[in-house]
Design a protein. Sequence first.
Length: 387
Amino acid sequence: MRRSPDKAPWPLQGISHAHFLHRYWQRRPLLLRQAIPDFRPLLTRAELFALACEEDTESRLVQRQEDRWTLKQGPFAHRSFPALRKGDWTLLVQGANLLHDGVAAFLERFRFLPDARLDDVMISWASDGGGVGPHVDAYDVFLVQAEGQRRWRIGPVNVPNFEPGQPLKLLTNFEHDAEYLLDPGDVLYLPPGWGHDGVAVGACMTYSVGFRAPPEGELLQQLLWKLAEDLPSGQRYSDRGRVDTAVAGYPAKLPRDLVIFLQTAFARLNPGSRAMEAALGELLTEPKQQVWFEAASRKSAQLRKACAAAGLRLDRRSRMLYTSRDVMINGERVAPGLARSRLLRKLADRHAITGDDWKAARPEEIQALLQWCEQGWAHPERKGELE
């Protein structure tokens, strides 16, 4: 894996790994002062603004004037941002880990949690007084102060009510029970369902590391689509000899026969645990809509030689998961002959393998890795970058 000053086995100083998971994760907020000592922004303000102007970047501009809020979606023109000295505005850049190698390396700090839960890193730059108002998230988030100061008010929200007529989901009559002023290196963890309102004290930059916690209905809906894609087309519906002549009097009535046909087909779906695991893995590794990969410019023989010399690493946009029986990458399941590959599991866990790993690989593993390099899903390492 590439060397990074942010790489650490347990990244948050001031608390043990076990204590955090047992006492705080998915339970209660936690403020850690100087959890990441000497932390500095990985992008300058100018670099962040430049990303917000690119077509493949998901970005938003939020402004407040007294009690009225405005929201604009990117990409933005370079001259469309408000003046830096103007207060009460915020630029948000979503998926910064997909756009910048340094942010992707920073995210390695948070891989003490399952990759399947990871959403992305959002970076916000705010002028004095800027923020996005009191709101509540349906996911876990680590709010890392990168530059300047931000004041956070937090409190539990049992039943959220939102202000009407606003472009953002702003909580109505939000009541906080704690208030913190964060400095660079401070980290505030919030589980789902905790309202929070962050306001910049002077210009500031904050990194939000989000971990999705989807409701079962949303996940089941997506999973059913995935499972249905893999089903054979099956028999065609037929009501030959079963259409009542009386239908002419009520043609808009849904035929009971068609309902039974679908009920029977649905009962046949009944996926086993392996099919369910694999479909879920494919679903959770699908690249986001704005993600694209650039095919390698080097020929296969050149890629092979480079990987044998120094190993390879996953592209920062690649997502890779595995179960006890399958390996999934970027929405695809590997071939059956590679389903139990230890090397591919090592790559998924470490995001990189060494030249020695490559030299010990089986031919079918080499073939798959080369194909991923050609597709831009992985890249040969440069010498000296592996730990």
